[in-house]
Design a protein around this ligand. Sequence first.
Ligand SMILES: Cc1cc2nc3c(=O)[nH]c(=O)nc-3n(C[C@H](O)[C@H](O)[C@H](O)COP(=O)(O)O)c2cc1C
Length: 317
Amino acid sequence: MQIEQNLFGADFRNPVLLAGGTCGFGEELVEVIDLDTLGGIVTKSVTYEPRKGNAAPRVVEAGNAMLNSVGLANPGVEMVCSQKIPWMKENLSSIQVFVSVAGHVIDEYCSVVKRLEKTGGFLGYELNLSCPNDVKLGGLPFALDQEALSEVVSSVRKLTERPILVKLAPNVPDIGLASETAEASGADGLTLINTMPGLTINVDSQEAELGAGQGGVSGPALRAVGVHAVHCASKKTTIPLVGVGGIMNEYDAIQYLLAGASLVQVGTATFADPRSAQETAQGIERFCENQGIDSISDLIGAYRKDKKTEGLLGGVD
Ligand SMILES: Cc1cc2nc3c(=O)[nH]c(=O)nc-3n(C[C@H](O)[C@H](O)[C@H](O)COP(=O)(O)O)c2cc1C
């Protein structure tokens, strides 16, 4: 049973990665799980300056989902280069590391990448484009505007030969179009999806439950949105896709693979059980063995049966 893949010029021992912002830089998790059992990790999003993040509470439960507004709390690129990357080089040398990059203007993405390029010791970048663009469009996130999306991806493309994953947001009118734009601008792969905007209100105080007010919805409630986004992207692009959103076990992950993802990421599930990603990877292997599937590539994109919905607007009522 072949669960390994070579993607972006690198070997992934299995298709399961930890999602950006849900595993820090791996340091806290090494005590609890063997990170070498994973395909890789995506770091917390890194900005140029350190950020303290938003007011507490930063995470609340929201039915079959989680709502967070962490506010990109991170130590800043200088400390990431001097402390986090050396630690990852030493301790995570056999898995693939993507450094997630965030910013509030295109120059910030570029400055972070330029600094990281001097350090090395990781495979590639994941661009978190769910950050508000402070210069254009009154703060609309980059991922929600085709022009801004194209500009930020092509600007970073000029700075690096490393693989760039572009992480897209689900709340766009046409995720297939956003995927095409990212590919045309130089993305090597797409990560679908980041959280959906959400709000929960305390009925006694009549105030938002999160310190920051609104936040991003993650967890099981997001899964169908993510699987659909991967499916739409797979029809419009040829680059590898990374599926994320609501993966709690191997069956959830396999839905993403069938929809066209080559890799998947586990986020919220790690908070409930830090072993979730590891168990998901083992479960995928078990599933393939039980089903007589020789190679994971036989699963990827095997879902193509959307004839029923062809011609309908989005295929929904
Ligand atoms: C607490 C928390 C922090 C997150 N921080 C980041 C981040 O720094 N950068 C990023 O690109 N995505 C971030 N995300 C989004 C996740 O990477 C992922 O796209 C999303 O949560 C959906 O996956 P899940 O349902 O498995 O959590 C964060 C999610 C959570 C729950």
